[in-house]
Design a protein around this ligand. Structure first.
Ligand code: GUN
Ligand code: FE
Length: 444
């Protein structure tokens, strides 16, 4: 950035699962490195602290506010161009009939670049400042995805999807050995374009155990063990069809937790997508191994999770890390706001089916999942997720001038009411500017 930034006006962020801080006269100072160097929580518009030498001062009008950027903990970049297709199919049928033939197209680098540019633009427009991406199984396309994230300024984890069996011959990895070699190639490339991992980082991405031979899982665990910084992501206890097929392939394991753990793929750096069908044992393992959950409320009820939801209240009670995922492709929406709403609805249903034992999620809690909770899942809570001093400035400037969707703010509304209207009815038209690490990635 060419100069420091100062914002004065309303800032809203989570400081805990249920603690939403709403500050109507806040000031945030962002240094040229994109970090928050000061956060004044109550300051007058003419306070001397707003006069930072050389800085550009932005004053938010009443009704506008800053929130931290959204974190999408589970996203399939190649599925950007097939969102919404095959929504009633069970997971393995959907993969065979819709997804695998589509992902095969990413053998073509020109097609991959076109889709990935549109995908990253699309997510930034929706305020997704951090995404954990599965690529396709192709090394070149995956490297292009990382290049596109870096160029457009999105914070991202990018992984070559590993799959050396139970997929069509024209898509799957030729062998475990070639899959591992290409994975290391992708990790090297991503580290070469962003050596400090400031924006873009590699992530080990076995699609799920059904698509990976034991040899491949073992090799991926060894890569992860050699590099303690590497994140890991996979699909986990997603749907009955998937769980049964996994048991048939790996009869020696009573839970997917044991299976992935035995290959060294369950750690504090693991992002487990879905976690819908989870018994006490599975939850205990995920909790004690410190893995994070990517809750994908839309795809859980359309394709990915077997038309189910995940026991989020139980995860939170155990202090398991939980964030939200669009699972774009499996889910039809690329919007975290849509997923926030479905997370509320799914939790309402769960309150009923648990006879009141698992209380529905509050607005404060679902907003936390979309921001600070997601940051924890990605082990980035020291870097992003809220506006603490020292963190990087990933933020959405929300403009609540009504569009056709958003409930009109009224003069007597409290700031919390306007925030609630935005969360429950707003969309990307209410996101006038988006910043990642202080850089403007949407708006002007
Ligand atoms: N399980 C294995 N692959 C996929 C995928 O692409 N999407 C979802 N939702 N689940 C999967
Ligand atoms: Fe998925």
């Amino acid at each position: 950035m060419d100069c420091p930034l100062v914002f004065h006006g309303t800032a809203i962020h989570s400081v805990g699962l249920e603690q939403l801080e709403i500050l109507e006269n806040a000031a945030l100072v962002i240094d040229t490195d994109g970090r928050i160097s000061a956060f004044h929580k109550n300051i007058a518009h003419d306070d001397a602290a707003l006069r930072v030498p050389g800085a550009r001062l932005h004053r938010l009008r009443r009704g506008d506010f800053l929130v931290p950027g959204f974190v999408d903990t589970h996203n399939h970049a190649p599925q950007w161009s097939m969102r919404g297709l095959g929504q009633g199919l069970h997971i393995l049928d959907w993969l065979d009939r819709v997804t695998f033939p589509h992902e095969a197209r990413f053998a073509d680098p020109a097609y991959a670049r076109r889709v990935y540019e549109s995908c990253v633009d699309g997510f930034l427009r929706q305020g997704v400042t951090t995404a954990s991406y599965y690529g396709s199984r192709h090394s070149e396309a995956t490297q292009i995805l990382a290049d596109v994230c870096k160029a457009k300024g999105q914070r991202a984890f990018v992984g070559k999807c590993n799959m050396d069996r139970n997929a069509p011959y024209y898509l799957r990895d030729e062998s475990a050995e070639s899959s591992l070699r290409e994975t290391e190639e992708c990790v090297r490339h991503i580290k070469s374009i962003d050596p400090e991992g400031v924006l873009v980082r590699p992530v080990i991405t076995p699609r799920f155990a059904i698509c990976c031979t034991p040899e491949l899982l073992k090799g991926l665990g060894e890569i992860a063990a050699r590099d303690p910084q590497l994140a890991i992501q996979t699909h986990f206890h997603e749907a009955e069809q998937e769980i049964n097929a996994t048991k048939e392939l790996f009869p020696g394991f009573k839970s997917e937790a044991d299976l992935y753990e035995s290959y060294g793929l369950m750690s504090t750096r693991s992002i487990l997508a879905h976690c819908t069908f989870m018994n006490d044992y599975d939850m205990e393992r995920v909790q004690s191994l410190g893995c994070g959950v990517a809750h994908c409320p839309i795809s859980n009820m359309t394709v990915g999770g077997g038309f189910m939801t995940a026991p989020i209240r139980q995860f939170l009670r155990r202090d398991i890390k939980v964030g939200l995922g669009t699972d774009s492709g499996g889910g039809f929406s690329s919007s975290i706001l849509d997923n926030i709403r479905l997370a509320v609805i799914a939790s309402n249903a769960q309150e009923v089916t648990s006879k009141g034992a698992d209380k529905a999620l509050s607005l404060e809690e679902v907003f936390y999942l979309a921001t600070l909770g997601g940051a924890r899942v990605c082990c980035l809570e020291d870097e992003i997720g809220n506006f603490e001093v020292g963190k990087q400035f990933d933020a959405i400037w929300v403009t609540t001038e009504p569009n056709e969707a958003m409930t009109v703010p009224e003069a007597e509304d409290s700031t919390r009411t306007i925030f609630e209207k935005f969360i429950m009815t707003g969309d990307d038209r209410n996101m006038s500017r988006v910043y990642v690490k202080g850089r403007l990635v949407k708006g002007c």
